[in-house]
Design a protein around this ligand. Structure first.
Ligand SMILES: [Zn+2]
Length: 83
């Protein structure tokens, strides 16, 4: 496994999960031996879900902008045709 940041080599590491109220206290993750970047599958999953949610919001906003700009450009076409 290689690091996303520096492409360095990742090593398995164990981290104390202080947020977890039950179950395992120690979680296994990956740490870059070059830059120290930590890859935690739970954090990565949360990042992806957040990124997908933000992309969905961005697409919705872009669709709304496209509808608005489309109607504006049609209006401009009508004005251009009338002139
Ligand atoms: Zn790294």
């Amino acid at each position: 496994m290689t690091c996303k940041r520096c492409q360095g080599r990742m090593a398995r590491d164990h981290y104390l999960d202080i947020e977890q109220s039950g179950g395992e206290w120690w979680v296994e993750g990956w740490r870059c031996i070059n830059c120290g970047h930590v890859f935690d599958p739970v954090v990565e999953r949360n990042r992806r879900q957040h990124a997908a949610a933000m992309a969905s919001v961005a697409v919705s906003a872009q669709d709304a902008n496209d509808r608005t700009s489309t109607s504006k450009s049609k209006q401009d076409l009508l004005l251009d045709t009338a002139a």
